[in-house]
Write a protein that binds this ligand. Structure first.
Ligand code: FAD
Length: 247
């Protein structure tokens, strides 16, 4: 999987603070310098004032100001299973690579064993990997080799069948029915900072599946560079709590 930050609101934390200060000022802040908007907030520098205000907002569940800042991420190579999980979030906007208009007719089924085109779960390689809802614990090398063989044969056969159906004139939108749920997909997703924290509450949590957790952790890392005060606070004080989108 690969995740890139494509585009994001510039100066996001100034915007969050301006929006929040609006709520508590008698004056109109639209034509005020940021220093003046923040004059009554505790702190020796503007950065400290932003830390004070953003910390206060997050500590008190005043999340509305975080809806004004948005980021767009480009995601490469997640499974369709992971895509189904992340696209359940209704306040996130998505563009998903089509299997109707894109025909994967140049994929060599032999390459699928190398992790091309189909995402391989860690349980197919790692004997010590114990997935959630798994009935057994870790397994021996022989068992994991068998798992790997069954997995590879199955996905290779699916890709071969898909291409045979294309060769027989079936449209990609119908031929895709034989492809596995692990088939990889690229997507673009946009969400605001409040939603990003909500997604992280649910999808970076221990009960989420490894792949959507990995995706969420990558998004959180990028968000930390984009909105450092907000996501440092989130990491230190809010992560791993149960979902609390609204106060
Ligand atoms: C570990 C895990 C396991 C899951 N297992 C399953 C499963 O087996 N089957 C399954 O179907 N789903 C499953 N889900 C998906 C889950 O039930 C949610 O549908 C999904 O995570 C979207 O999150 P959300 O409900 O917070 O909504 P979002 O779309 O992220 O919306 C954010 C918030 O807005 C509010 N909201 C949005 N729309 C409405 C609305 N129509 N009415 C009222 N409030 C609304 C809610 O407060 C919601 O929390 C699972 C999720 C997780 C994290």
């Amino acid at each position: 999987m690969q995740v890139e930050l494509l585009e994001a609101t510039s100066d996001p934390e100034e915007l969050v603070c301006r929006a929040a200060r609006n709520d508590y000022m008698s004056e109109y802040g639209g034509d005020m310098a940021f220093e003046d908007v923040m004059v009554s907030v505790e702190g020796d520098s503007l950065t400290e004032k932003k830390e004070t205000l953003i910390g206060h907002l997050l500590a008190h569940g005043h999340y509305g100001p975080f809806e004004h800042v948005q980021a767009t991420f480009h995601v490469k190579g997640i499974s369709r299973s992971c895509m189904a999980q992340i696209t359940r979030h209704r306040h996130v906007s998505f563009d998903v690579q089509s299997m109707r208009y894109v025909a994967f007719d140049d994929v060599d089924p032999e390459d699928v064993t190398e992790g091309e085109f189909v995402v391989t779960p860690p349980a197919a390689d790692d004997p010590d990997w114990v997935g959630r809802n798994q009935k057994t614990g870790s397994v021996d090398e022989e068992t994991v080799e068998k798992r790997r063989e069954v997995f590879e044969n199955s996905v290779q056969q699916s890709v071969q069948d898909y291409q045979d159906l294309l060769d027989l004139g079936m449209a990609p939108e119908d031929a895709r029915f034989v492809l596995p749920i692990g088939t990889s997909v690229n997507m673009v997703m946009s969400l605001n900072a409040r939603m990003l924290m909500h997604v992280a509450d649910m999808r970076a949590a221990a009960d989420a599946q490894w792949e959507v957790r990995e995706l969420t952790e990558s998004v959180l890392d990028l968000a930390g560079d984009w909105c450092p005060i907000t996501f440092d606070y989130y990491e230190e004080n809010m992560k791993n709590r149960k979902n609390r989108l609204a106060p």
